[in-house]
Design a protein around this ligand. Structure first.
Ligand SMILES: [Zn+2]
Length: 175
């Protein structure tokens, strides 16, 4: 399948190789028992909640314990699939992880790319790694491994406080 990294002005994977990006995220998901489909469903759930709610009721609000909505992008126009599928996307939603401080922009295309093409973008505002997504954005208990952020278990972070994580240090413990 032909991939046009330049179908977006900000590119989809920077200067990386497509096969290496997909292989790395696939490996990470196997490590923690996660899936591209679960990531896509999570992206869609957040996006649909925001689009279906008056803006004044979502800006600065928590979607849930993991994810806060920062704002909406309305001016960028439509984005087509870089693999040539007949679908387009708009309506960016800006989010931040309450756990890790990672910012991530979501839209229907980021969900489509994850589900249909196993692609998580890189090196732009839509970019994230698979484990990084699980750490910052997935509900507690959604994978089989225990994820740590700087030695602290994600599920210990419920009692408040925003953790600014250093992702250079990655710890995954398996039960
Ligand atoms: Zn596609």
């Amino acid at each position: 399948m032909r991939f046009n990294n330049n179908a977006s002005h900000c590119m989809f994977i920077g200067n990386r190789r497509l096969d290496e990006v997909i292989a790395q995220d696939t490996r990470e998901l196997e490590q923690i028992g996660g899936s591209f489909r679960a990531i896509a469903e999570r992206m869609r759930a957040i996006h649909e909640w925001v689009r279906g709610t008056p803006y004044s009721n979502v800006k600065g609000k928590d979607f849930d314990a993991a994810v806060k909505i920062i704002g909406l992008g309305l001016t960028k126009g439509f984005q087509g699939c870089p693999f040539g599928c007949n679908c387009t996307s708009s309506d960016d939603v800006y989010t931040i992880s309450n756990r890790t401080g990672k910012k991530l922009t979501l839209n229907p295309m980021t969900a489509h790319l994850a589900e249909e093409h196993h692609l998580l973008e890189k090196d732009n505002e839509y970019g994230i790694g698979a484990i990084e997504f699980y750490k910052g954005f997935m509900p507690e208990g959604s994978c089989s491994g225990e994820l740590y952020i700087d030695d602290r278990k994600v599920h210990k972070l419920k009692n408040g406080g925003i953790i600014r994580a250093n992702f250079g240090k990655l710890l995954v413990d398996f039960r």
